[in-house]
Design a protein around this ligand. Structure first.
Ligand code: TMP
Length: 234
């Protein structure tokens, strides 16, 4: 197996099987495009266990992703895809960047979920982009933009139901999509407390990376308690 790519929180390896990759989750946490970073033993395990469970849940709901199977505490096997350089963000409740960008109060509930696209480009600081920008950058055409939007909203419905079974609220999340060798767009990357904002049902207690972004305690404890809730679902 050779290392194909190393990111801030994961390493991707080729495997003996064509179009199958191994993802290893690292014990690293970063925020603000790497401006804040720390080594946190146990974090890779938690993200791998949580992401695997969530992809399995989505699969059970008929929603396919790149996920094939978890093979160890920190590793999973996935289908190789070409990642579309977009971060697709869905927001149910205002928090984070939209409160600063558009002035919404933190906690404002949107009448309907809002889908935003950010251009995955560290040098440009992942800017918010419009459909017109996506087309001029030749990232996706109208049909694919529409498909990404509707897949994101469908995933939001499934994740909201999952979180409500855990007595939690899904505030917002970021997903990424990839193109398979057959040209299909599928959900890829990860879904974990690193990539979602999750609040308790009756308060804005966080079960996500805001605890780290805002120096409010141990994310290991917070992510472990999220995993416990996920494993307790009937
Ligand atoms: P934002 O409020 O900072 O735009 O983030 C919206 C959601 O996207 C939040 O759940 C965190 C997640 N996110 C990532 O997973 N990666 C990123 O690089 C950014 C900026 C946000």
């Amino acid at each position: 197996m050779s290392l194909l790519y190393e990111g801030k929180a994961k390493r991707i390896f080729t495997t003996e099987e064509e179009n199958v990759l191994k993802v290893e989750y690292k014990d690293e946490v970063t925020a603000g495009n790497g401006a804040k970073k720390d080594h946190l033993p146990g974090k890779g395990r938690l993200n791998n266990l949580i992401t695997s469970k969530i992809f399995e849940y989505l699969n059970d709901q008929g929603l396919k992703s790149h996920f094939i199977e978890r093979i160890s505490e920190t590793e999973q096997i996935v289908e190789q895809v070409e990642i579309i350089p977009l971060e697709v963000v869905v927001r149910n409740i205002a928090a984070g960047s939209i409160t600063k960008r558009l002035g919404f109060e933190k906690g404002h509930k949107f009448n309907e979920p809002l889908v935003e696209f950010f251009y995955k480009n560290d040098d440009l600081n992942d800017p918010l982009i419009t459909d017109a920008h996506i087309k001029v950058l030749e990232i996706a055409d109208d049909k694919d933009i529409e498909a990404l939007q509707s897949a994101a909203l469908e995933i939001n419905n499934h994740l909201q139901q999952l979180m409500s079974k855990m007595d939690l609220r899904l505030v917002d999340f970021k997903i990424e999509f990839g193109r398979t060798k057959y040209g299909n767009l599928i959900l890829a990357d990860e879904i974990s407390p690193d990539t979602c904002r999750i609040w308790a049902q009756d308060s804005d207690e966080n079960f996500d990376k805001d605890v780290y972004r805002e120096d409010r305690g141990s994310i290991i404890d917070v992510y472990q308690s999220f995993l416990n809730k996920l494993e307790d679902i009937k």
